[in-house]
Every structure is written in structure tokens, then in C-alpha cells.
Design a protein around this ligand. Structure first.
Ligand code: MOS
Length: 703
């Protein structure tokens, strides 16, 4: 093997970049041609939130020229009743949420299918919807455990006693609204049966994730199903798990015996592919006069759906961020007539850090201590709940470096001190954190006699840069230039890998590649005396799951955000023209795509702070602003000059590459930094996101 410069760490251009720019990197919708005999599906969705379909009649729709089938719960093929969540589409007359699929039309063209939806007659026996989340509902319950296996509650010491004895306390309630994942590519499945073999071209975060549900739903063997997803246009969690549209497309293709295309509209995505649960969070902090925390309490109320339970791990960052002897985190759910929530970029950390990091800012103000200094004073020497050491933790260094890059020194502790023309100007800080995990993944590497490598793994590039980062990892591990490595990902026939989620992708897939590459090199050394055999070698390898050190160490990435916030003194318009974020996330594989991930996450946090809110009609249960005209997200015009950097951090314990995962940490803490900067600019504390202009007037008593 020749010695080469490592490419890991370099800002390598995306290898899929030219195809993306030319429009030749196909998304799910682009995997068919008119010659394939494809037909289109359109869904009839429930107009009520709760009850039953009392009568349904597809006769008129079926009479529309070009319509091939109308599926309802009365004629739909039966699916396994083992299916979880709402995947048992068209299996009963029950309605659990507004927008649930109650019928489907299959037609020769998309236009005819959509038109015929209006010709399906549906009558409901409806109940009035129960969609209002409040902290004083008497039906709140504790789920058995939270998502990702977290404990529902953690109670350590005597929190109430410590709060009563504390020199200074904060007791505040924060809330975050329902939000919807809005990737640029809408969810889409093209389903084709050939005999008992099923092929799906599908927009997802990992074909193996979807395969399991399809196999179960149709009682198939895994090798009867082939899911192909080489390029995916964003997801943020909504494409991690299977949703009803995938089951429905497969069902329709079976019924009509033709390939079926089903692409959701943007509006349909507001009921059929999940959302971020709204939260109500009470945070209580107790500290001594120097700001050392003695008590931390974080109690969360959030919603889940009638049809399935989703328990977001909102207070879990509070279990690791700061020292403090007496601690409590709890999660309670209200089961409402809402569509099933799902994961959305840093589920848990994102809403939870808004509350905790706002409360820390309030405590700093109460004490008259700089909020950066307050955080440094509460740096825990070990994981404060598990009492194990950190694999590595550089939050303090992120805070110090960020403060310097941003120009934090000399900041006035009192709010509403600076004006620039009509703009009230303030600055805010918040910490960021996200767990570093690794999951099982398998890999196959083949080399031919000429030294050309093929690396196969069912990893997934949802726009993150995985095509490029994994090729870099493989090239270094194999000791060859990148152009000698051909990567194959995004296909369920490739070796098993979990989806792109939980910021685990590169850690898991990259580790599998490194371990398999080592095996291959060992094989070449031992069996072939270091000479590549003429007909090549193939090796299968895997990484079994979490790092063996995860039991004895606490593993997290950390970061710090500093923002400048400007608020128009007359209109309450908010701008975030300048920010600095510094991360400590272990090895950075690709400096260019990593910066995009950090910047994208942070921008989504700006969006959360200022814009994003799904407004549910309490009488009828629907999301009133279910499109991008009225569900506002940050656009380029909302994003200012953001300085993104990271520390050199080595962590040999997390995984083979020492990387911690970077897809989600950028959003964590971002909304709190904005809310804290807003307070510093205006003297007004907004505890309910988003920080829209009307709240400026509400807080001034003018609204
Ligand atoms: Mo991410 S919300 O873990 O897909």
C-alpha cells in the first residue's frame, strides 16, 4: 500500500454535486418512464378528526373515464394486524385524525386520479376533536419509556427541598408549538409488483427501515422486496419511518397490477408523515449566590396520537448539561386526536434545550452573572446523572472560543441598552449538545485485480453529503485515492444499515467501512502475501452496535451559539444578522459538508425561533396553515452572516473514526440563543415560540 495524504477532514466537493446540479440525480418520482405502464394514486382524506366512516361509496369515482380502482376499507386487501402506528391503511372504518386516508383512487393519469377524489362520497359519524394540549389536563400519563429507549423520568436527591433552600431560584414555563418537517422533496413512492416480487423507488432515510414494515404488512420474505433510494431530497426525520402512503402505493399496485406512483402534496405532508410534538415545559433552577446549581427540575408535557404512542425525549439534555446535586426530569403525554408525531431534527434536544437554556439565561440575569460564566461555573466533571466520565467534553472551550470569535467581552448585563436607528440590539448565548451514538451496520468491500474497490452499504444520503464523506472514509481506510473507490448506497439489496437518523449515520456506516477495510487488508496480506489476486477479493464485515465504551462513558457532542438579535422598536420585527457557533464534535470528516450541516441545523433553529408554528383548529382539528405560504420557514433573506467553526477534538472511545455526528447538534440551543438575545435587546422574555411580532406588543401590554 502506498502512503497517501488522508482525505478525511478535507473540504472535498460533493461527488454527487454535478449530478444534483444537472438534475440527473434521480429522486423517487423520477424512476419511471411513460413506457412502464405506470398509473397514479390520489388519496381521499378524512375531513373529521375522530369517529368512523359511516358510509363510503366510490361508484361515481369509478365511473370517471381513466379511473381504474377505488380502494376503501370495504374492499382493500387485508394487511397484517401486527403493523404498528397508522400503517394499517384502509383496514377499518375508524378515523383517528384529520387527514387520515379513508379511500384511494387509482387512475391512468395524475389529473384524473386527483379529480376523481372529489367524486368519492364519504359520510362520517364524527365526534368533536380533542386536540388542545394543556398542562392541567387530568388525563396526562407517563409513558413506559421515551423514544430511543430513554427512561421516562429521572429523580435524584431532593429537588423540592433544594429549591426551597436555594439562595436564588428560577421557575418558568416554556412552550414550543407543533412543527412540521418540510424537506424540499415531497414524500413519494413508486411501487411495482412483478409476480410476488415488489420493487419500490422510495423517498426515505434508509431502505432497510422501510423494508421491515412492508415485509411485515404483506407477510413477505425480505428477499421479495427491493427498495431503491440513491438520492433523497431532505427529510429531517419525516422519512425515517414508514408512513401510510408507502403501504397504500404497494396496495394499489397489487390491486391494479400496474406500477403505481404516489407523491404526496405539500399539504398532505401536514397530516400523513408526522410532526414535532408541541411541548409545555416547566423548568425550575435553584442556585447559590455564585450561580452554582443545587437543583434542576424539568417537567415536560407533550402530545401523542390516539392511534399510536410517540414519547419525545424532551428533557434528556437536562440530564447531561449541567452539574447540580438534586435533579428531576419528567415526561407526561396527552393522547389527542392528532396525526402521529414523529422525529424532527434533534427530537427532544431541540424543544428541551429551548426551555433549559432560556431558564439558564433567566438565572444569569437574576444573579447578575454573565451567562457564559454561569454555564462555565456549572460544568460537570462527570455525567451528572450516570456518574461516569465523559468520553470527551469541550463545552467550556466552545463557550470560550465562541465568546472570543463573536466579540462577547464587555457586553452589558442589563437589557435594552443599545439602539441602532429603529433597531433595539442585543446579544444572546446558549449551549448545544447531542448524543454520540453508533448502530449496527454491515458492509461489503470488493477489490478487483487492478486495485479498483467497490464499497457497498445500505447507508443513505438525504442531502447530508454521505456519498462524499463515506467515499473519503473508505479511501483513507483502504489507503487509496478517492477515485479508486466506487461507493454503492441507498438500496435494500446492499448490506444492512440503519437509516440516516439520530446523527448516527456516518458513525455507524463509517465504522463498518473501516472495520471491513481492515479485514480486507489483513486477508490480502495473509492469504495473498500483499499482492492483489488477479480475480480480486470480496470481504463482508460489520460493526455490531454501540461503542463498547458506551457503558462506561457518557458520549455527547457539544457546542455554543452566540447571536446578535435586532428588534424593530416600532413593529417588533426580529432579525438575526450575525451569529457565531463553535462545535466540539470529534473528527470532522468533510469540512465543507460539515459546515453545511452545522449551518443548516442552526438556520433551522433560527426558523424555529422566529417562524415555525403549525396552528391547529381546535374546533375541527386540522392544521390551518398547512402549506409553505402560511407555514413560515426561514429563507435566505432571514439568515445573516453566520460564523461556523469547530475545535480539534480527539475521541478514540466513540467509534473507529472518533466522530460524534453533526446532523442535529446545530439546531439544539439555537432558538434559546435567539430568545436570550431578544430579551437582551428588548427586556422582554418570550417563553412561547415562535417569537413573532405580535408577541412584542403582547409583552409591552399593547397587544
Ligand atoms: Mo433525525 S430527526 O434523527 O432523522
Amino acid at each position: 500500500m502506498t502512503t497517501l495524504d488522508r482525505v478525511v477532514g478535507a473540504g472535498v466537493d460533493r461527488i454527487d454535486g454535478p449530478a444534483k446540479v444537472r438534475g440527473t440525480a434521480p429522486y423517487a418520482y423520477e424512476h419511471f418512464s411513460a413506457d412502464d405502464g405506470v398509473v397514479w394514486l390520489a388519496a381521499v382524506q378524512s375531513t373529521v378528526s375522530s369517529g368512523r366512516v359511516a358510509r363510503i361509496d366510490g361508484t361515481r369515482a369509478l365511473a370517471v373515464p381513466g379511473v381504474l380502482a377505488v380502494l376503501t376499507h370495504e374492499n382493500a386487501p387485508r394487511l397484517s394486524d401486527e403493523l404498528s402506528t397508522d400503517l394499517g391503511v384502509l383496514q377499518t372504518a375508524d378515523v383517528h385524525y384529520q387527514g387520515q386516508v379513508v379511500a384511494a383512487v387509482v387512475a391512468e393519469t395524475a389529473e384524473v386520479a386527483r379529480d376523481a377524489v372529489g367524486a368519492v362520497t364519504v359520510e362520517y359519524a364524527a365526534q368533536s376533536p380533542d386536540v388542545r394540549l394543556s398542562a392541567d389536563r387530568d388525563d396526562l400519563y407517563a409513558p413506559e419509556q421515551l423514544m430511543a429507549g430513554f427512561e421516562t423520568d429521572s429523580v435524584i436527591g431532593d429537588v423540592d427541598g433544594a429549591l426551597a433552600a436555594a439562595a436564588v431560584t428560577v421557575d418558568a414555563t416554556y412552550s414550543t408549538p407543533t412543527q412540521h418537517n418540510n424537506p424540499i422533496e415531497m414524500h413519494c413512492t413508486v411501487a411495482r409488483w412483478e409476480g410476488d416480487q415488489l420493487t419500490m423507488w422510495d423517498a426515505n432515510q434508509g431502505p432497510h427501515n422501510i423494508l421491515n414494515d412492508v415485509v411485515e404488512g404483506w407477510s413477505l420474505d425480505a428477499d421479495q422486496v427491493h427498495i431503491i433510494s440513491p438520492y433523497v431530497g431532505g427529510a429531517f426525520g419525516s422519512k425515517a419511518f414508514t408512513h401510510p402512503h408507502q403501504m397504500l402505493a404497494v396496495m394499489a399496485a397489487k390491486v391494479v397490477g400496474r406500477p403505481v406512483v404516489f407523491e404526496l402534496s405539500r399539504q398532505q405532508m401536514f397530516s400523513l408523515v408526522g410532526h414535532r410534538t408541541p411541548t409545555i415545559q416547566r423548568v425550575r433552577l435553584g442556585a447559590d449566590v455564585e450561580g452554582r446549581l443545587s437543583a434542576i427540575s424539568h417537567e415536560v408535557v407533550e402530545h401523542t396520537a390516539q392511534i399510536s404512542e410517540f414519547a419525545e425525549q424532551t428533557a434528556t439534555p437536562t440530564r447531561v448539561l449541567y452539574a447540580g446535586e438534586h435533579r428531576r426530569t419528567t415526561h407526561r403525554l396527552a393522547k389527542l386526536d392528532v396525526p402521529p408525531p414523529t422525529i424532527m431534527r434533534a427530537p427532544g434536544e431541540t424543544p428541551g434545550m429551548f426551555a433549559l437554556e432560556s431558564a439558564m439565561d433567566e438565572l444569569a440575569h437574576t444573579l447578575g452573572i454573565d451567562p457564559v460564566e454561569l454555564r462555565i461555573r456549572n460544568e460537570p466533571a462527570e455525567d451528572p446523572e450516570r456518574h461516569v466520565p465523559w468520553s470527551s467534553r469541550n463545552l467550556v472551550q466552545c463557550l470560550r472560543t465562541g465568546a472570543e470569535r463573536f466579540g462577547w467581552a464587555g457586553r452589558d448585563l442589563t437589557p435594552r441598552k443599545r439602539m441602532d436607528g429603529r433597531w433595539l440590539v442585543g446579544t444572546g448565548v446558549a449551549a448545544a449538545t447531542y448524543p454520540a451514538r453508533r448502530r449496527k451496520a454491515q458492509c461489503r468491500i470488493s477489490v478487483d485485480g487492478g486495485g479498483r474497490y467497490v464499497v457497498e452499504i445500505d447507508g443513505s444520503d438525504i442531502g447530508t453529503g454521505a456519498w462524499t464523506a463515506l467515499t473519503q472514509i473508505a479511501a483513507d481506510a483502504l489507503g487509496v485515492p478517492m477515485d479508486q473507490v466506487q461507493l454503492r448506497i441507498g438500496d435494500s439489496r446492499l448490506p444492512f444499515a440503519g437509516g440516516a437518523g439520530g446523527s448516527t449515520g456516518t458513525a455507524s456506516w463509517g465504522s463498518a467501512i473501516v472495520l471491513t477495510a481492515r479485514d480486507l487488508q489483513r486477508r490480502i496480506e495473509q492469504q495473498y502475501g500483499g499482492q492483489l489476486p488477479a480475480d480480486g477479493v470480496t470481504v463482508d464485515g460489520e460493526v455490531g452496535g454501540p461503542s463498547p465504551h458506551a457503558e462506561t462513558h457518557s458520549m455527547h457532542a457539544f457546542g455554543a451559539h452566540f447571536v446578535e438579535v435586532r428588534v424593530d422598536v416600532d413593529t417588533g420585527e426580529v432579525r438575526v444578522p450575525r451569529a457565531t457557533s463553535v462545535y466540539a464534535a470529534g473528527t470532522i470528516i468533510n469540512a465543507k459538508t460539515a459546515r453545511s450541516q452545522f449551518l443548516g441545523g442552526f438556520s433551522m433553529g433560527i426558523s424555529m425561533a422566529l417562524h415555525e408554528e403549525s396552528v391547529q383548529d381546535e374546533t375541527f382539528g386540522h392544521y390551518a396553515n398547512h402549506d409553505l405560504a402560511e407555514y413560515h420557514i426561514a429563507t435566505n433573506a432571514d439568515i445573516g452572516e453566520y460564523d461556523i467553526s469547530w475545535l480539534d477534538e480527539e475521541d478514540p472511545l466513540v467509534n473507529e473514526l472518533g466522530l460524534k455526528g453533526i446532523g442535529e447538534i446545530g439546531i439544539t440551543g439555537a432558538a434559546a440563543a435567539v430568545a436570550n438575545g431578544y430579551w437582551h435587546a428588548t427586556g422582554l422574555r418570550i417563553r412561547d415560540l415562535p417569537i413573532t411580532p405580535d408577541k412584542y406588543f403582547r409583552e409591552l401590554g399593547l397587544g
